[in-house]
Every structure is written in structure tokens, then in C-alpha cells.
Design a protein around this ligand. Sequence first.
Ligand code: PEP
Length: 255
Amino acid sequence: MRPLLAANWKMNPPTLDQAVELALRVAPVARRARARVEVALLPPFVWLESVAGVLRDDEIGVGAQDCHWERSGAYTGEVSAAMLSGWCQWVICGHSERRGYFGETDEQVARKVRAGLDAGLNVILCVGEREEEMVAGRTEAVVTHQLGAALEGLAADLGRVVVAYEPVWAIGTGRNADPERAGATMALIRQMLVGWGAEEPRVLYGGSVNAGNATDYVGLSVCAGCLVGGASLKAEEFSTMIERVAELGGDGDRA
Ligand code: PEP
């Protein structure tokens, strides 16, 4: 399966013109590499239509960064998974910034995952430990708990779930996780997914990935790609990342 590079733009860029320009600059590179790398751009809700318009007819994915679990209702400011389904193919659920800044609980994340799948979207579920949990040796326990809360019982739908292992302390800090250690946690996640019946589990790494270190992760047999934040906002850097990952090969020997 081709490795996936998913670009989480977060609340960026600040203007529509900049969003369109970024998509326009990345698109040709992603298009050239598409036999070997799958690319998805995940802009803020309000730029989704325009970014999808730029990429139309391309094999470049588009996604949202969050969704609400109800189809519609009195939830001021929210956007439902069902509403997103006409505009994009992907949705992120449970990003640590949502869990941390907006108090999203495991139960809410689970409902969002279910809603995303019911709406026909592919879900990128984020899991990962905070720094104090890593220091206390609780990485496995935290990740196992978050995964179980969000995915247990999904069975047949697991094929449309990609799990992103994102140590919280590595996000936006420039302190990317040691690939070997991250690989061990990704292997554990993979094993859990297989245990629940996933046939081709996909586990990404996220946390200060850049053009210089992406292949350290994607080169691991357990790693199916990366969720990229800051570096995905720099067209040149993200393009270089796509090219370098493409050079690794969209291989058939990925675990
Ligand atoms: C993210 O937001 O998912 C992320 C991994 O951010 P960054 O690449 O900036 O660490």
C-alpha cells in the first residue's frame, strides 16, 4: 500500500488566497508522485470547498480536521460528519489539540469516529501520550486505552480507519520521537488493530515531521506514512517530503 502523507493545516493559512496558493503549489508534486505516495490535504472547514476545487479530478485527498457526531441540531459552531461527506474524503478525530484545548473526551472521540465512518469518510484517529505520561513509562497504557475507547467493536469498518500515533510532546515542538521507539508503539497499535480484525492496518507517525526526517519513519515497516502539521504549511518543504517518501517506493513489502 502507498504511504500516506496527510497535511494537517490546523487553523492555517489565515486567508483563502494563501490556502489556494498552498494547494496549487503542492498539487503538481503530489500528482507526479501519486503512484508511490498518497497525499491528503486537511484545511480548515471554510477552505475545504476551494481546496477541493483546486484538486478536483486529482487523486489527492481532501479532509477536515474534526467533526460533530450528530447529523444536525442545536450545536452552535459545529460541523457534522454528514455535512462533510459531500466535500471531502477524510476527517481527523481525536487530535491532541482537540483533546487538550477543547476538552474532548474519549467517549466524544469514539462518537466522532463512528459518525465519520457512518458518513462514508475515512478517519484518521489520533492517539498519543503527554510528556509526563511518557516520562512515567505510561505510553503503552495511554495509547492502548485511547485506541480501545475509540475503536473497539468497529470490526468491519476498521478498513477505513488510519491511526496516527502522535506523542503530544512531539507536536509542534521540533522534538520528533526517536523512530525506533515510535516504531515500537506503532507496532503495538498495529497488533491491536489486527486483533480487532483489521486486514491491512495503517498506522502513521506524527510529531515534528519534516522533509529531513519523514523517511526515518516511513522507512519503518510498521509505519504507513505521516500526519504532518507545521511542515505541511511550507509548500517547498512539504513537496520535498513527498518526493523523498516517493523515492522510498510505494512498496508491496510494507508490514
Ligand atoms: C499535528 O498537528 O498533527 C502535527 C503532527 O503537528 P507538527 O507536525 O507541527 O508537529
